[in-house]
Write a protein that binds this ligand. Sequence first.
Ligand SMILES: [Mg+2]
Length: 457
Amino acid sequence: MTARILVVDDIPANVKLLEARLMAEYFDVLTASNGRDALDICDRTQVDVILLDIMMPDMDGFEVCERLKSNPRTADIPVVMVTALDQPSDRVRGLKAGADDFLTKPVNDLQLISRVKSLVRLKTLTDELRIRHYSTRQAGIDDMLRLQDGRLEEQAQVLLVDSRGASQERIIKALKPIAEVSAMSDPQAAVFEAAENGFDLVIVNCNLDDYDPLRLCSQIRSLERTRFIPILLITEQGDEQMIIRALDLGVNDYIVRPLDPNELVARALTQVRRKRYNDRLRHSVRQTIELAVTDGLTGLHNRRYLDTHLRTLFARAKVRGRPLTICITDIDRFKQVNDVYGHDAGDEVLKEFAGRIRSTVRGADLACRFGGEEFVVVMPDTPAEVAATVAERLRGMIEARPFQLRSGETPLMLTASMGIATLVPGVDTPEQLLKQADRALYEAKNSGRNRVVAAAA
Ligand SMILES: [Mg+2]
């Protein structure tokens, strides 16, 4: 995972220490020795996570954090407060200023790396949603501010999994001002409950009898219906290895006992806000995509969406030095289907073809109808070899199963040809990349159809 981390501290030795540890993990590290420089850097460049010292002359970490979070351009960058003061009141103040996490000096290596990695993952998800939001809507700044609005219009719905009655009661009481809490002591029943009802947050207490709390967390993460629900883990002091594993599993945050009610409220609020923000983005993305940028026949994205979104993905891949591959595919001898069976049959084939593309591509891939019988799949973060495997799988799925027409005609045996091209140095525009893939497709057609051809790098 490569990402750009900004380290902010007024003491050069502290900066050096964190920089060295992060660079050892191949992160790209920027540094600043004061709040102003930090804000400047965030405004100018793409930063994925900020490690922010609290005690600094002029502008302290709380103020830097507040400013970052009130600027729509920088509000999504996760902030980790790094402080020598291990005071619950500071934590709460930091969380109120919008900080996403804390590290206490001297910073523990494993904790540092696992926290940064988990925040980078979260940031990647939010970025992706934001890009799609912008691609579809070209939203104005007002729109973003509205999405950013962190207030809770309604009580949060929290599911608490905790084996002890007394502990359940304490937590319910602490969260009362912000949340309606459903408490359960049976972890298996809790998974069903989480899948059935739309919770904003699941809190898992590690005190479960005869049950591995991490198993519960991993089940929640893997179910389609619960995978976006944030999880907050309550752990014992000294459970460091467990925390690290939990964060690796995708647990969003943890809190160590004895519980400070304020900290619990603040951490719960942070997770709920983030979830609602992402929910709203996802919803808005879904709505606008459905209306404006969907191909009416196949339900895939249309050419217009592809043009906007590919430009953004292309720019991002360039800036970050990540791979990006596109695949253009075209149904072989499609004209004959129309000529022999009519255009309705042709439409049926296109729909079925689109359905097979949809079931073949991976989560982050973008599938579009390019026009006519041509389709494009954009594969972010995917090198050519992997993309070739995906394309080959799709080619096989087209060939393997005949296309059944509603009219009851003999099922049609069809094939498709595919051309793929990967972003390499020298390719400067999305149009060039598309042209290369198109050329590869042409070659696939010319050399006998029903095959995948990769553009020469
Ligand atoms: Mg300091």
